[in-house]
Each structure stands twice: as C-alpha cells, then as structure tokens.
Design a protein around this ligand. Sequence first.
Ligand code: ADP
Length: 322
Amino acid sequence: MIRFEKVTKRYQDGTTAIKSINLEIREGEFFVIIGPSGCGKTTLLKMMNRLIELTDGTIFVFNKKIRDYNIHELRWNMGYVLQQIALFPHMSIEENIAIVPELKKWNNEKIRQRTDELLEMVGLPPEKYRGRKPKELSGGEQQRVGVIRALASDPGIVLMDEPFSALDPISREKLQDDILELQRKIHKTIVFVTHDMQEAIKLGDRICIMKGGEIVQVGTPKELIESPVNEFVREFVGMQSVRGKENIRLENIIDQLMTSQSPSSPSVTIPASSSLREALILLTEHEQLLVEKEGQIIGSITRQTALQFMADGLQERGDGNG
Ligand code: ADP
C-alpha cells in the first residue's frame, strides 16, 4: 500500500533526518510511528504526501511512485490531520468539511449527505453542528471535525501527525475511542504519529519505533511488549508495559486468553475491539466473557486467564527489585 525503499532525507543544512529506511505499510492497517523527539517521525510522514521531498530512494503508494503522481491527486487521496487543526474560522463546520469534495466537484446533495454522515459518525448531530463556526466548538469537537474533514472525500489513506496531543486527557481518550470505532467502519489505511506509547498500544495494529532517523523495530503491540529487539525498545515500551497491557485490544491477544472451558451461562459478550482493561472491569462481575467480532464468537476470557496475562508482563519486566 505504502512502501519505502531505501528512503533518505537530508535537509539543506546537512541534517540527515531519515537514513535509508525500508518500510511497508499494509492496506487497511492502523500503523503508528513513535519515537523520541527529533527521531524523524514527522519527516517520514510528510514525505508520504510530498509536503517534504525525499533526497534518495523511492516511496510507492498503490504501487505507483509518488513522484509520478499529479501532486493534487496524491494529496486528495491522502487525508491529513495535524496536531492543531486549522479550521477556517469564517467558514461553517459544513463548509470546512466540504473543502476537498468541492475541489473534486461533487454535487451539493452528495456533499451534504457525506457531511451529515461524518458528523453523525463522531457524535456531532449535524442539525446542531453543521451551521456553526469553528469558535463555537470546544477543542475536542474541533479536532473531531479535523479528523472527519480528512476523511470527507473518502481517501484511501489518512495521515495523522500527533492529532490528539493538544487535548486534555479526557477528550483525548474519547477521541482515541472514536477513531478506533471509526476505523472499524471505514477500514482506511491510517498512519499515525505519536510520542505516547499508551496511545500507540491502544490504537496501533502495528507500531514502528524510530530512533535517530532509523527504524528500530516494527511489530504488533504484543510483539513489542513481549519481544523487544533491544534495550531501547524494552525501555521505551517496558516502562509502561503493565499499563500498556491493559490497553491492548482483546482481538490482538485472544489466542493467549482462550480457555478450554465451555461458556458458562448466561454468557456476557464483549466486542473484540475492547481493551483488556474493559474486560477486567466486566470480569469483576462475571466469571467469563465471550469475545465477539463481526457477529461471531472468537473466544472467551476468564478472570484467571486475564490476570495470568497481566502477571506474565510483570515477570518479563523483572519486577520485584530484581
Ligand atoms: P520528530 O517528528 O520525530 O520530532 P522531525 O522529523 O521533525 O522529528 O525531525 C527530524 C530531524 O530533522 C531533527 O533532527 C530535526 O531537527 C531535523 N529537521 C526537521 N526539519 C528540518 C528542516 N527544515 N531543516 C533542517 N533540519 C530539520
């Protein structure tokens, strides 16, 4: 879907921000890029939509070199969400969302339909919000509009550069939940930059850890927690591994949680996209939960298996003054 082949970026002052990176981002995945400040995350992201031109190597999008695209075509097919989204202050919410669809010359009816559908999806009732100006929305609501604006023309790819980091913790968690929910409905390829490991573990299907312009490890949240390739990754992930584990989605660990026990009745179901933390809360009241994905039961969890999974994390970290 997006493929980097030996991509290097050297800025004019000689700074090498990206050092011969190879990377493949798959269709439909939620791909998170994380690493310390200055490691090259933003540079990597902005090279994808050519906001930053690469120095060496090639980036392919849908198997076509990005330099062979008409730049508008490339950008219209990649939604882009920034940390401080800049909604146009004099335009209504609806007009803000409609910018790219207008450029693409969609008809008015289609635009109205799309705008309403998107507002609906992130819990902003269209009849109440579509006519408002950005300043009549809270920070969290504005950021939500920023996210759906990036989705408006139905791009295959959405790039997000620390989209929630300016928000208070509560709005931030809410938006993280929203984006997961949204992703379940729309199945876009999302490339998401953050410096927050909790966020990465919660959102990412795969996480790419960077350091000094290079990729240190790419893996699922579970792989990074359980098999860090080196001390850097271990520290980066490990410091937060117990809380990190709570954020893991059930669908990512279901094979480890499976019990041979047959379901006790009456059975309580929990969506596979829920976090382990949500499961643990329910497990204080129920012996066993059935994990459901797209209408199918894909496994079950008991209090014991869930707690065992958490405890394994403690041992791996060598807790206990070891
Ligand atoms: P991150 O997003 O991980 O914080 P960046 O991609 O912004 O990192 O930056 C990577 C490196 O490139 C840093 O050392 C940064 O100082 C440098 N850099 C970023 N933009 C420029 C620029 N326009 N000119 C020179 N150096 C830059």
